[in-house]
Design a protein around this ligand. Structure first.
Ligand code: UDP
Ligand code: MG
Length: 332
């Protein structure tokens, strides 16, 4: 029994919080998070990833870090987007398990103890599935719903619907994720791609506590494109099918034209139909070229083999420095 508790106290839970222009909510977020962490029976570090915020996020974090020895700050060199901010957090996290949570309090920190319980039960990816999206417009809910269904249908990886990035990952799941260094990363897909034991937990999603969502429909559309093109080549196959379909229709039409000419002696007068066919084929060709271009562009980006992000500074949690828990690679 005594042995058991001593190994437990050596366990470390990392909380990764990507934050972009979240100065308004961060103090409240941290208050709620630390209240929860005080209750769980495992040591914790909180890694705030400042994703190139243009507001006072950096200052707010600096103040918080002075008050709480568990806080570490990864300051990215610019805004890279949430997917990369999360990846940076995973790289710097040294915990035996890592929780990823949004800074805007839409993911309730109060759920963390439950995630930890499931982790202790042996699960590697304990994800939280929302059963309501209070405070989000009907259109946002409907498009999100459609997107999750669509991506499930077309890709090989099984992405659970209505699941965000809020989850707990075991060390072995994090180590696996850290090996996936693609530029175009759709984390929700990657979490599932690495596999391991997965467990679902349900909760009600709250409206944002303050500030604005960084997502607009254009960003969401691009995000959806990213999700689809980085996980499946089905659109490429669709292009081939479309080609076959068009070619097949063309043959039928050719037969009809020949028949019309031979049997009815139809005098040549085909300007409108020629025009329609011409434009239609042109459109189909441009569209499929576009699809191929989407994949080409991604290959172009990947072949550059650039690092995912640059870090302006990393301030490790004071508590970790004392405990000498920092991984060698991060020791300065
Ligand atoms: N975020 C980020 N970089 C960005 C955009 C967002 O790190 O470029 C963070 C943001 O601070 C928040 C989380 O990602 O903690 C979710 O962002 P948001 O609430 O805007 O997305 P939504 O909840 O509307 O999907
Ligand atoms: Mg949000």
């Amino acid at each position: 029994m005594g042995e058991n508790t001593s190994t437990m106290s050596q366990e470390l839970l990392s909380i990764v919080v990507p934050a972009y222009n979240e100065a308004k909510v961060l103090p409240e977020f941290h208050r709620r998070l630390s209240a929860v962490l005080d209750r769980v029976d495992v040591a914790a570090e909180i890694l705030y990833v400042n994703d190139g915020s243009r507001d006072e996020t950096a200052d707010v974090l600096a103040v918080l870090q002075k008050q709480d020895a568990r806080i570490g700050i990864v300051d990215l060199s610019r805004n890279y987007g949430k997917e990369i901010a999360m990846s940076a957090g995973l790289d710097y996290a040294s915990g035996d398990a890592v929780v990823i949570i949004d800074a805007d309090l839409q993911d309730p920190p109060e759920l963390i103890p439950e995630l930890v319980v499931q982790w202790r039960a042996g699960y590697d990816d304990v994800y939280a599935r929302r059963i309501s999206r209070d405070g989000e417009s009907f259109l946002k809910r409907a498009t999100a719903h459609l997107f999750y269904r669509l991506i499930r249908q077309v890709s090989d990886v099984d992405i659970p619907p209505d699941t965000g990035d809020f989850r707990l990952l075991s060390r072995r799941a994090v180590n696996a994720l850290k090996q996936l260094r693609e530029q175009h990363r759709f984390m929700k897909g990657l979490f599932n791609w690495v596999g391991f034991e997965r467990k679902e937990i349900v909760y009600r999603r709250d409206p944002r506590a303050a500030g604005n969502s960084k997502w607009n429909y254009w960003r969401l559309w691009n995000f959806a494109l990213e999700g689809i093109t980085s996980h499946t080549t089905v659109p490429l196959r669709l292009a081939s099918y479309l080609g076959i379909l068009v070619a097949f229709s063309a043959f039928i039409y050719a037969a009809f034209v020949a028949y019309d000419k031979l049997v009815h002696g139809n005098p040549v007068a085909g300007y409108p139909s020629l025009m329609v066919v011409l434009l239609f084929l042109g459109g189909v060709q441009l569209m499929t070229l576009g699809v191929i271009g989407e994949y080409m562009g991604r290959m172009f980006d990947e072949t550059k083999k650039r690092p995912l992000y640059f870090v302006k500074s990393y301030l490790s949690p004071a508590a970790l420095k004392q405990a000498d828990k920092l991984p060698d690679s991060l020791q300065t």
